[in-house]
Design a protein around this ligand. Structure first.
Ligand SMILES: [Zn+2]
Length: 345
């Protein structure tokens, strides 16, 4: 017993079905065809129903043949249906409608770090500050020594550093402050600049820490720059950035490269100063570190005029973005999840 002994000729059934399908260009005909072959009382239902009547050893062959024919015809049917419904077939009932508007292409959005950086640049441009950059790979001199942190200075512990060579002379900058030195070496005074860029520290990667983050550095140097200028510039900056209603607080602080130094907070923009989780129930958010440029920094930069004064400041852009856009986990800023990023249009 073999295939030729089957009581039906599956090949010619398939050929006939395909031929009929080929000539069709209307949905209604397609539906008739489907019922003829695959309906409850259709040709394939009959074929399947005839299997028990076939001689036993031929039944598996018959089953396989019927199934593969069904698969082939189903695929041809789906393909034909697609062509008819999108008007590819010559006499389709549905024609192409060229007046319909096209599919809207999806467009990208700017990263919150980019948005905040641009906003900061805009504010300081308005105050006459130029924008500078410096290398991310720095030398010990620019990152520490010229900023009044000689080897073994205890303040170096504040910055857990990625060193790139075994002699600990080449490193990933731990802050944007080295740009101050590079600018002071190069540009004539008086000057006012900001520098924005990536910084690196050996921090854990959790909700509030990241080994890579962004800072903005500012520097204003001249012959009559005082702490009042620092206060005025930074208060203007913070009110532009967070709104005119915020309160600003200056507290004494310590940085090796400024003297005196201050840490600057704004009233919490989330709770309005009443106290919440974000401000650790203090009502204040620390935003900036700042101070008057330390004379040693001028000396290391090759500026010897004792009449020169200036102020410098630094702020974390990631932190500003998190506060401004109410982002609760710094890791969102580097995961590149398109659903997160699409919110910032
Ligand atoms: Zn708060």
């Amino acid at each position: 017993m073999a295939e030729k002994d089957l009581p039906f000729d599956i090949e010619s059934i398939v050929n006939k079905a395909l031929e009929e399908l080929n000539g069709m260009d209307r949905d209604a005909d397609l539906e008739k065809w489907r019922l003829k072959y695959f309906g409850r009382k259709g040709i394939f239902a009959d074929l399947t129903g005839s299997i028990p009547k076939i001689e036993q050893s031929l039944r598996p062959i018959a089953g396989t043949k019927i199934n593969s024919a069904k698969r082939q015809l189903n695929a041809a049917f789906e393909e034909k249906k697609k062509r008819v419904s999108c008007g590819v077939e010559a006499n389709s009932e549905i024609k192409m409608n060229f007046t319909l508007s096209g599919l809207k292409p999806d467009y990208g959005s700017l990263h919150p770090i980019t948005l905040v950086s641009r906003e900061i640049v805009r504010i300081f441009h308005g105050l006459g500050f130029g924008v500078h950059t410096g290398p991310e790979i720095e030398t010990d001199f620019y990152n520490f020594e010229a900023l009044n942190m000689p080897v073994d200075h205890p303040a170096r512990d504040m910055w857990d550093t990625f060193y790139l060579d075994s002699k600990r002379k080449i490193l990933l900058r731990t802050h944007t402050s080295p740009v101050q030195i590079r600018v002071l070496e190069k540009l004539p005074v008086p000057l006012r600049i900001i520098a924005i860029g990536k910084t690196f520290r050996r921090d854990a990667f959790d909700a509030s820490h990241s080994p890579v983050f962004h800072q903005v550095e500012g520097l204003m140097v001249g012959y009559d720059i005082t702490f009042s200028n620092l206060k005025a510039v930074l208060a203007f900056f913070l009110r532009e950035l967070f709104g005119p209603e915020i309160k600003i607080r200056f507290l004494p602080s310590y940085f090796p490269f400024t003297e005196p130094s201050a840490e600057i907070s704004i009233s919490c923009v989330i709770c309005g100063g009443k106290g919440c989780q974000t401000c650790a129930w203090s009502g204040w958010l620390e935003i900036l570190g700042a101070g008057m440029v330390h004379p040693e920094v001028f000396r290391k930069s090759g500026l010897k005029d004792p009449r020169l004064t200036g102020f410098a400041f630094g702020a974390g852009i990631d932190r500003i973005a998190m506060i401004k856009y109410r982002i609760d986990d710094i890791r969102h800023l580097s995961f590149n999840d398109i659903r997160f990023l699409n919110q910032f249009r």
